[in-house]
Design a protein around this ligand. Structure first.
Ligand code: IDP
Length: 224
């Protein structure tokens, strides 16, 4: 919210992915970090057991002090999680714009989504924040992924909490992260040109390189 026109927004933007495991959230987040130096925090780096949601939200709020845009990297696949994140951040930072990065999950498209996300997660061994594929059997991983698919609640801006989103960017979990990254940057640029002021926009080969770098990045924290 806030009274400032979108065109004049230069900071305090939180990117909220709405996704399931293997959609490419972390890949896009890391590519944005590489291209623009924005902030990024992964839920699995919250090392406490109690009050994890609050710690996650507080970390995003604190990153907004030094980063104009912060990527809140968790699935946020249920309205309850979106509500908690938006409320807890808004308590400490009243003028934040929340942007949904909505990996659209139509029921009719579940089979292609399963095929794409499973292929990514199962083929990449230990390179994942939530699932270290090497440490679990495939059936177990698929069950965890199915749980997220089953609980997924699409964005509905006609009602709370999703009516708090300033912008919803729909992307497709079955296509390459390179293409989704381009859609995200184009939408952000057209809605909030002030976030990109005083800088050259990345070229197609910059986008290629950023996604390549993101896919080679190894997470530094493992859950056991
Ligand atoms: P998530 O954060 O939504 O769970 P990521 O960790 O970004 O998903 O991606 C899951 C796996 O798929 C990672 O190993 C990542 O490197 C890989 N990946 C992401 N996007 C692509 C793509 O466009 N093509 C091939 N592999 C990809």
């Amino acid at each position: 919210g806030g009274d400032v026109d979108s065109k004049d927004v230069v900071r305090n933007v939180v990117l909220v992915p709405i996704a399931t495991i293997g959609c490419g959230k972390t890949t896009i987040a890391l590519a944005l970090v590489k291209l623009f130096g924005w902030g990024h925090f992964q839920n699995d780096n919250v090392k406490t057991k109690k009050g994890r949601g609050q710690v996650f939200a507080d970390t995003i709020s604190s990153l907004l002090v030094t980063n104009p845009v912060v990527f809140a990297d968790r699935n946020n696949h249920q309205k309850r999680e979106r509500d908690q994140l938006i409320n807890d951040i808004s308590k400490t930072m009243p003028n934040v714009r929340f942007v949904a990065i909505h990996y659209v999950h139509d029921r009719a498209n579940f089979e292609p989504i399963r095929a794409a996300t499973r292929a990514r997660v199962l083929s990449r061994g230990d390179n994942h924040q939530t699932i270290q594929a090497g440490s679990k059997d495939q059936g177990e991983i698929i069950e965890i992924m199915e749980g997220f698919m089953h609980r997924f609640q699409p964005v509905d801006t006609s009602d709370a909490p999703d009516d708090h989103f300033d912008l919803v960017i729909d992307i497709d979990p079955t296509i390459e992260s390179r293409e989704n990254l381009e859609v995200v940057i184009e939408k952000l640029h057209s809605t909030y040109p002030g976030l990109f002021r005083d800088r050259e926009m990345p070229t197609p080969s910059d986008l290629d390189a950023a996604v390549q770098w993101a896919m080679e990045y190894q997470p530094d924290f493992k859950m056991d």
